[in-house]
Design a protein around this ligand. Structure first.
Ligand code: ATP
Ligand code: MG
Length: 660
């Protein structure tokens, strides 16, 4: 109806065309990376419009809001249709929209002016409600702190499993307190209700409740949205898959996914949802696409090799055929250490940009965890390579890195009151005001008695200023400052960093963050960085300078820059040139996956990484770990590399070109 003609045959291959033009009904498109799944969804929307379906009847569920915007933008290019007339976005954003419309329903009785708590606010609310229920709970060091507690309850909501099951399957370390959890979940839920606030999980949970308990709402969605399209279906968790099913009693769903790319099971994603889709939606038409349009045959062969190494049975067999012309093989690049790895990137990137005319925007450096990228960030800053971190925060701006640097700064210069505030406020119940009081009490005492500031902290005068809630932790806090100060006087900076992170702050991390192990890895990277300095003042000065430098270099939105990103955040995206760094056992797959003897999700992550590359792929690993210092720790190449047939890549060994 009034749309410009589109040559669907020319834009799509036969497999894609058949999926795009299939009659309405349950459609499952299962295909490997880069085979045009997202493209198929986009053309499906255009096709539906061509069939006379009004845009208001189409709902598009994607993994990020940005992905949905891009797809609808493309639909706009194809048809001229106004993207705002579709419902498109993430489960959370559409859940929010649904609750704004129907929150007052009898089954929810939300007041219309409800607000949404962010993750930090949700955790503090949980902390307050649990404390009101059990004053001593967080006092006991063996109990989880509010963050981890929140994660357990959240995972059980997302997987729709009982708290008992969630604990025994995912958090056996909390077995002892499992019985208390239902009560905690309940008081937290009551507090939200009283305050008329929702957390992220509510956006899904309450949307599902509306759909299943209020027939009016179910009718509204069922009648209004006659066509549902879902990208990255392999990463939906139980509650999301139930929402999809409840939204589409008519079964007109097109779901596209790749079980080999399921990388969110730690957040409850379950690719069993793909396997059971045909059971839940009778007469599902299964479509497969076997041509890959993204990558060169050589990159694809390597990707296929990664999948072949999977143990049999837990996946659909998939072999991708390349559409593109032959090119060069991927490189496996061995360097001496992290610094050299970063140097290699700089050299190679310079030559790609300056000699080959590649746009920096088309180059990505991918890694499994943030800490692996520290050296790359430092080297790019130092050598002026423009870069953009598309996921997360720059290394030295991360909370725990700033905390630890705060500890070092304070001990180096106890008159630095802002450093004191940063660390003192980490203690329970200590805010700016009490931090200030404690500080000045200690300062007065130290002056009067001509005593060391840190020793003054343990005197009765000062202790009386410490809020009750912090009294238990106070001795270990002070002892740890003392040890760190002693180390700073006698040991090199690297040892000082290690002493600081092993003390009170290490315990704090454990309690404060469910992902504390990753954060400890990052602090270990900081200690590796400290190994380059003989004096603490040089280390601290360098960190300040780097911070200034990195923010100076913060690129304008449209300035061209290399993308630095975790693999999770690169999902669905593609780049001309991809460097995967840190491909060594213990880094990728990570140490904990190896210890738990479960590397399959990591292997899928590796598959996601290599399939982002269109033209050139570099898999890099250092021979010596960051922690190095004197002596160092030898690494072996990732098992994912070792499993590959060596004919799939060219091996490069970079010899140290010059010293530092
Ligand atoms: P992923 O699994 O990584 O999400 P995908 O299956 O969604 O990948 P797309 O991103 O849709 O794949 O497509 C990969 C690339 O191949 C895109 O650049 C897309 O434009 C191109 N492509 C896909 N199909 C065709 C086709 N029939 N003709 C030309 N180019 C195509
Ligand atoms: Mg895609």
């Amino acid at each position: 109806p009034g749309y410009p003609p589109i040559d669907f045959r020319a834009a799509l291959n036969d497999e894609q065309f058949n999926a795009v033009t299939a009659p309405p009904g349950p459609l499952l498109v299962l295909a490997g990376a880069g085979s045009g799944k997202t493209r198929t969804l986009t053309y499906r929307v255009a096709w539906l419009l061509h069939q006379g379906v009004p845009p208001g009847e189409i709902m598009l569920l994607t993994f990020t809001n940005k992905a949905s915007k891009e797809m609808l933008h493309r639909v706009h290019d194809l048809t001229g249709e106004d993207a705002r007339r579709f419902w498109g976005g993430t489960f959370h954003s559409l859940g929010n929209r649904a609750l704004r419309m129907f929150g007052e329903s009898e089954c929810l009785k939300l007041k219309p002016n409800f607000t949404i708590l962010d993750a930090g606010e949700s955790e503090s609310l949980m902390k307050r409600t649990v404390e009101a229920e059990d004053k001593l709970f967080f006092k006991d060091k063996t109990n989880p702190k509010p963050g981890p507690l929140f994660n357990v309850i959240s995972l059980s909501r997302n997987t729709q499993k009982s708290l008992a099951e969630t604990v025994s399957e995912h958090f056996p370390q909390y077995n002892d307190i499992a019985v208390a959890l239902p009560t905690f979940a309940k008081v937290y839920a009551e507090a939200k209700r009283e305050q008329n606030v929702l957390d992220y999980d509510d956006l899904l949970e309450l949307w599902l409740k509306l759909l299943t308990e209020d027939p009016k709402v179910a009718d509204y969605f069922g009648n209004r949205f006659r066509h549902l399209l879902v990208d990255e279906y392999q990463d939906t968790n139980t509650i999301q898959s139930q929402i999809i099913d409840a939204l589409a009693p008519h079964h007109r769903i097109m779901a596209v996914g790749d079980d080999a790319q399921c990388i969110y099971s730690w957040r409850g994603a379950d690719f069993a949802n793909i396997m059971t889709f045909p059971e839940r939606h009778p007469n599902t038409a299964l479509h497969r696409i076997e041509t890959n349009y993204r990558s060169t045959p050589q990159i694809l062969n390597l990707a296929n090799g990664v999948l072949e190494a999977q143990p049999a049975g837990r996946h659909f067999d998939k072999e991708l055929r390349a559409h593109r012309a032959n090119s060069m093989k991927p490189y496996v690049v061995q360097t001496m250490d992290d610094r050299e790895q970063a140097e290699f990137l700089v050299k190679r990137i310079r030559s790609l940009v300056e000699d080959d005319g590649v746009s920096p925007n088309e180059i990505a450096v991918l890694y499994r965890s943030h800490f692996v990228a520290l050296e790359t960030q430092l080297t790019f800053s130092r050598t002026g390579v423009p870069y953009q971190i598309t996921s997360g925060v720059k290394f030295f701006e991360r909370q725990h890195v700033r905390d630890l640097v705060g500890i070092l700064r304070f001990i180096y210069n106890p008159t630095d009151e802002s450093a004191w505030h940063r660390i003192a406020c980490l203690l329970p119940k200590v805010g700016e005001k009490s931090a200030h009081k404690i500080y000045h009490a200690a300062l007065d005492h130290a002056r009067l008695m001509q005593q060391d500031f840190i020793d003054a902290l343990t005197t009765d005068d000062v202790k009386s200023k410490v809020p009750k809630g912090a009294k238990d932790e106070w001795p270990s806090f002070c002892a740890s400052l003392r040890q760190t100060a002693d180390a700073m006087r006698e040991e090199p900076p690297q040892v000082t960093v290690e002493v600081a992170m092993d003390g009170w702050y290490g315990d704090y991390l454990k309690g404060a963050y469910a992902d504390y192990m990753d954060r400890i890895d990052e602090l270990t990277a900081l200690s590796g960085f400290a190994a380059r300095f003989d004096a603490m003042q040089d280390l601290l000065a360098q960190i300040v300078l780097l911070n200034g430098e990195t923010s100076d270099r913060a690129v304008e939105p449209n300035q061209e820059a290399i993308k630095l990103t975790t693999i999770h955040q690169a999902k669905g995206l593609e780049y001309d040139i991809v460097f995967v760094i840190g491909c060594a056992d213990g880094l990728f797959p990570g140490r904990r996956a190896i210890e738990a003897n479960d590397v399959e999700e990591e292997r899928r992550l590796f598959y996601v990484a290599v399939t982002r590359a269109k033209n050139e792929l570099y898999l890099c690993y250092p021979k010596i770990a960051t922690k190095a210092g004197p002596g160092g720790m030898l690494l072996t190449p990732s098992r994912f590399l070792q499993e590959l047939d060596p004919s799939l890549y060219d091996a490069l060994r970079i010899k140290r070109a010059h010293g530092w």
